[in-house]
Write a protein that binds this ligand. Structure first.
Ligand code: KIV
Ligand code: ZN
Length: 513
């Protein structure tokens, strides 16, 4: 029987550490549910001790997710580990993931600790974590740049203390595949009790080799867990991309000979949800999930694919969740049909009030757009204004005037709590005028760091525009997303959605280290 490869998703922890990718508790819960549908083995839900917001997110995910193991990161100290255990209390299956740096550089410059102190702290941390959880993972941060002999001593000790998973991070993305594979293999040979743990790899993508390094860790090194993120989300150049590792192992089963629990048909919906939530757009030529990943432009390729798909396709688009743009509902569809379609798309809204709000928005959209696709529905439920009653700022109406040779002008009405505001402004363009009008009343002082527009469904100017706005204020970075057939309206919604996040008190303290 083929070995199992464990897929450990860290989109909600390491992925979220990417500046600008921070997510609210509800956004994280929505993504966790999608990861469960994708059937990832482990969901790293966050870093419970880093902030109250992260604690609440880990707790909510632990309370809701039943099929995947829910994990929290914790530095190697009692406080962090207790906090992780506390957040994970409600989980059906949980894991504490504790870490401490082991490279000379990190120990000397960052931790200011000796080797013996680090070794002792790792031992105590795993011992403490094992008293609180039967499933403990240990990571030596910057493991790949650590002295293998010292690293092996640390790993022997933590395995003896009961760490069931040993994860080797290439924290700075310095590895190359062959060397990394041999590094893992040699390490396993050096550690006398290595067979008592599952070995895992965690690669960053600074040199664009995170996927190749992870697979070398598996094939040469014998690792049986890969840590990865949807769309390769993560700090700097990101983490190892889940969809690429999964599809490599599935498509080249002849070579890898490994089993996966993953339901690949949930990959594209997961990719879309992460990109929409974080505002990190997927590049069109990205493997598996890019808009062009299955598009054949050249005549020779098109001809070949029409005659026999496998002339130029090694995977089937539908197997990874690319549905042909399907008209699902229209103006005359009722609430039950809408609810059923939500279910088919794997979307569970928490309350009847949320279903009602989403349905009202669907009707509104159907009045203005003749064909409603699955993507429109996904955007609609992802839209912050579905839960409008919980939001402080809400768009009420917008009108704008632009004409060649004239300076554009916008008039916006929006609610802030129970107060209604009417604001007007000129601007360089209608979007600029609308955002300036809102800002003239809110006076957030936030700096606009990113503004991007995408068509939700490709190939038609009738598509809804999906706008992402990233704002920075007082050290916090938030994303707002808004969708509408009118991109000026979508922009105003996105701006108000970002302001709502700034308005919420959830602060994040130290991210890591
Ligand atoms: O990259 C890294 O070293 C990490 C560890 C905390 C696992 O993310
Ligand atoms: Zn990492």
């Amino acid at each position: 029987m083929a070995d199992q490869l464990i897929i450990f998703d860290t989109t909600l922890r390491d992925g979220e550490q990417s500046p600008g990718a921070s997510m609210t508790r509800d956004e994280k819960l929505r993504i966790a549910r999608q990861l469960e549908r994708l059937r990832v083995d482990v969901i790293e839900a966050g870093f419970a001790a880093s902030s109250n917001g992260d604690f609440e997110a880990v707790k909510a995910i632990a309370d809701h997710i039943k099929d995947s193991i829910v994990c929290s990161l914790a530095r190697a100290n009692d406080r962090d580990i207790s906090r992780a255990a506390e957040a994970l209390k409600g989980a059906a299956r949980s894991r504490i993931h504790t870490f401490i740096a082991t490279s000379e550089l990190h120990m000397e410059k960052k931790l200011r600790m000796t080797r013996e102190q680090v070794l002792e702290q790792a031992r105590q941390a795993v011992r403490f974590a094992r008293n609180l959880s039967g499933d403990v993972e240990f990571s030596p941060e910057d493991g790949y740049r650590s002295d293998p002999e010292f690293l092996a001593r640390v790993l022997e000790v933590v395995i003896a203390e009961g760490a069931g998973t040993i994860n080797i991070p290439d924290t700075v993305g310095y590895a190359v595949p062959e060397l990394f594979g041999h590094f893992i293999r040699d390490l396993r040979e050096r550690v006398p009790n290595s067979d008592k743990a599952i070995w895992s790899v965690h690669c960053h993508n600074d040199l664009g080799m995170a996927v190749a390094n992870s697979l070398a860790g598996v094939m040469i090194g014998g690792a049986r867990q890969v840590e990865c993120t949807i769309n390769g989300l993560g700090e700097r150049a990101g983490n190892c991309s889940l969809e690429e590792v999964v599809m490599a192992v599935k498509t080249r089963r002849d070579h890898f000979k490994l089993e996966l629990n993953i339901d690949a048909s949930q990959i594209v919906p997961a990719s879309r949800m992460v990109s929409q939530t974080t505002g990190f757009v997927v590049q069109p030529n990205k493997a598996v999930v890019g808009a062009n990943a299955f598009a054949h432009a050249s005549g020779i390729h098109q001809d070949g694919v029409l005659k026999a798909r496998d002339t130029y396709e090694i995977m089937r688009a539908e197997d990874v969740g690319w549905a042909a743009n399907k008209i699902v509902l229209g103006k005359l569809s009722g609430r039950n049909a809408f609810k059923q379609r939500l279910q088919e798309l794997g979307i569970s809204l928490d309350s009847e009030a949320e279903v009602n709000a989403a349905f009202a928005r669907f009707k509104d959209l159907a009045d203005r757009k003749s064909e409603i696709f699955d993507e429109d529905i996904l955007a609609l439920v992802g839209d912050e204004s579905v839960t409008a009653e919980q939001e402080h700022y809400r768009l009420l109406s917008l009108s704008q005037r632009s004409e060649t040779g004239e300076r554009p002008h916008a008039a916006v009405a929006f609610a802030a709590g129970s107060t209604e505001f009417h604001a007007e402004s000129d601007g360089n363009g209608p979007v600029d005028a609308s955002l300036k009008a809102i800002e003239s009343k809110v006076q957030s002082g936030a700096e606009l760091m990113l503004y991007s527009v995408n068509a939700i469904t490709s190939g038609s100017t009738e598509s809804q525009g999906e706008v992402t706005v990233r704002l920075q204020h007082g050290g916090r970075v938030v994303n707002g997303v808004g969708a509408d057939p009118d991109i000026v309206v979508a922009s105003a919604k996105a701006y108000l959605s970002a302001l709502n996040k700034l308005h919420s008190k959830a602060e994040r303290v130290a991210a890591q280290g």
